[in-house]
Design a protein around this ligand. Sequence first.
Ligand code: SAH
Ligand code: MG
Length: 223
Amino acid sequence: MKRQRKQKIVEINEERFTSFINSMDRGNEPYLDELERDALSNDVPIIRKDTQTLLKFLLKMQKPKNILEVGCAIGFSALLMSEYSEPDCKITTIEKFEKRIPIAKDNFNKFDKGNKITLLEGDATEILKELDPGYDFIFMDAAKGQYINFLPDCTRILNKGGLLISDNVLQDGDVIESRFAVTRRNRTIHARMREYLYELKHNDNYETVILTVGDGMTLSYKL
Ligand code: SAH
Ligand code: MG
């Protein structure tokens, strides 16, 4: 029954386009491919191929020195950012799920060659409050219903000229549907995600673009 939710309503990305575009990609380092396969076979929700490509592009363009990620899971996207950022870039990533933390640590020990990554264990709701300003790239990829609550702290600690990137903002297509077309358990997320998108587009701190890449992404440039 759960599966049916997916075939519904809309596909934000026609699969043939995504496959075609992905087929043009140079791909990643083999250890990242292996981690990606592991994650997918264990139902760990990591960033999609087209999202990876966009992140790599933004890293080359922006050359951040101090990255924050909210939502580490097993460390796939943190390692991707470590691999494709400048050698002197530091990455801080937050994860609260106890089952995933040791796996992420193990992956960082094995693959984070430049020791660029620091894992902060715990709930981002508390951790974000404690962080000092000075980030130039924030990747938001945690519980979708919480983005709106994380935004004030992200805005406080993000440098002017920095980028706030948020993943999964189109909620598998649900976000454009009426709240009544969305399953009851997704309604709160639905309302909060709409609020988040509206806020990003109307907040004077940011210039924001909403993209249909992956499961929907926003790029917000801090003015
Ligand atoms: N960025 C990862 C995937 C993250 S999946 C990648 O692409 O490789 C989202 C993760 O956010 C989950 O592991 C979940 O446990 C974590 N998460 C959700 N809400 C959180 C919170 N409030 N604080 C810390 N971690 C959170
Ligand atoms: Mg995601």
